[in-house]
Design a protein around this ligand. Structure first.
Ligand SMILES: C[S@@+](CC[C@H](N)C(=O)[O-])C[C@H]1O[C@@H](n2cnc3c(N)ncnc32)[C@H](O)[C@@H]1O
Length: 368
């Protein structure tokens, strides 16, 4: 019979309280497989392995709900968890080392009577947006097969593909030779085991020779680039074919979530390039990309026919828009949506959506 460890022994080994383990059991995060004849919780080797993952993610600062999603993900086995945890820990160690160096430098400067500039003081904290929200990403962001099929068809017969702003690699075609580019260390660490090799770089300065790839792709990322036009020209430079999944900011304003609940969205895109400018930068054409009603990838527009989803914190945390508008706008939008859903106002205003299987919400595939 498999050997089990008692709850007290596990708590002692792991340096947590028995109460913590009881709590994990109660919330379904870690339920021991059996009980002793006296009724105490007893942990199998598999339970202990799961506890190790839970505690490691906890130490990295993940919330219990995020951890539950991570450890329940059927596509991530123990080795993949270890690789991911290792990547995140190395990143944390490097950040701590960078901060120690910055503090030492400032102490030295102060000792010599020199004051560092505000820019110098803040540089070490200038984490990218996705270093902040990345951890929540895998909970709801995954490949939507119908969108993937459109992207892969647009790649044509390209054998070598560069994926810029690759994130966790949701739309990387498995049957081609893919190289990923991703500036966020957290996103790089969250790439699954066996994913394409990933280079730490940003779109506006790709470390590749002209025409190094048959095709370059960029999915749900162009709006994050400081200079989207320069980035798209870079894609054009390094590849013979370019495929970009983005949105038309003008028609996007008609999406009910922006129109009725989050007017702040308009402020995020103001001053950004128009779709025509993006299309021109790669010398291509824009094709509408309707969003299926049951879209599997939880991007901002994905839940247009499932409005209750936007009330879920998990759903919002995996989408940068909610972080960028700030907590006040987010909470106000959520409160208003909740009220309109329960009063029937939302259904009245958006009744026609119930009959649609897919909607054009301004998402576009740019192909050159
Ligand atoms: C919404 S995620 C999309 C990830 C992935 N393409 C997907 O579809 O799942 C946006 C990604 O763009 C990356 N990104 C942000 N600024 C970038 C830049 N200047 N160059 C390239 N990628 C960037 C972020 O780190 C993040 O991983």
């Amino acid at each position: 019979m498999e050997e089990h460890l008692t709850v007290g022994h596990v708590a002692e080994l792991a340096g947590v309280t028995v109460r913590t383990l009881h709590h994990y059991d109660e919330i379904g995060l870690l339920q021991p497989s059996t009980r002793t004849p006296a009724g105490y919780r007893a942990y199998s080797a598999g339970d202990v392995e799961r506890l190790r993952e839970v505690l490691a993610y906890r130490r990295l600062g993940f919330g219990l709900r995020e951890i539950a999603d991570l450890v329940d993900d059927p596509t991530t086995d123990a080795v993949a968890h270890l690789r991911r945890l290792r990547g995140l820990l190395v990143d944390q160690r490097d950040r701590a080392a960078a901060m120690v160096t910055a503090i030492d430098r400032e102490l030295e400067a102060r000792a010599m009577g020199i004051r560092t500039t505000p820019e110098e003081q803040l540089r070490v904290f200038g984490a990218q947006l996705y270093d902040t929200i990345g951890a929540a990403y895998p909970a709801t962001r995954r490949t939507e097969p119908r969108i993937a099929a459109r992207i892969w068809a647009a790649l044509g017969d390209a054998r070598t593909v560069l994926n810029v702003g690759a994130g966790t690699g949701s739309y990387e075609p498995a049957d081609r030779d893919v190289t990923a580019v991703e500036p966020s260390a957290v996103m790089r660490a969250l790439r699954p085991a066996g994913a394409a090799p990933c280079v730490a770089a940003a779109a506006d300065s790709l470390p590749f020779e002209d025409q190094s790839f048959d095709a370059a792709m960029a999915v749900s990322t162009v709006h994050h680039w400081p200079d989207p036009i320069a980035g798209l020209r870079e894609l054009r430079r390094v590849a013979r074919r370019v495929v970009v999944f983005t949105y038309d900011a003008a028609s996007h304003q008609r999406f009910w979530l922006n129109r009725d609940y989050l007017p702040e969205f308009a402020g995020l895109v103001v001053g950004g390039p128009a779709l025509a400018d993006l299309t021109r930068a790669i010398g291509g054409r824009a094709e509408p990309l309707p969003v299926p009603w049951d879209c599997a990838d939880g991007f901002f527009e994905a839940y247009w026919r499932r409005p209750e989803a936007y009330l879920d914190e998990h759903v919002r945390r995996a989408v940068s828009v909610w972080t960028r508008v700030g907590p006040e706008a987010e909470q106000r939008a959520v409160r208003k949506l909740r009220a309109d859903l329960s009063s029937g106002v939302w259904a009245e205003r958006n009744g026609e959506l119930a009959d649609l299987d897919a909607a054009d919400l301004g998402l576009r595939l740019l192909v050159a």
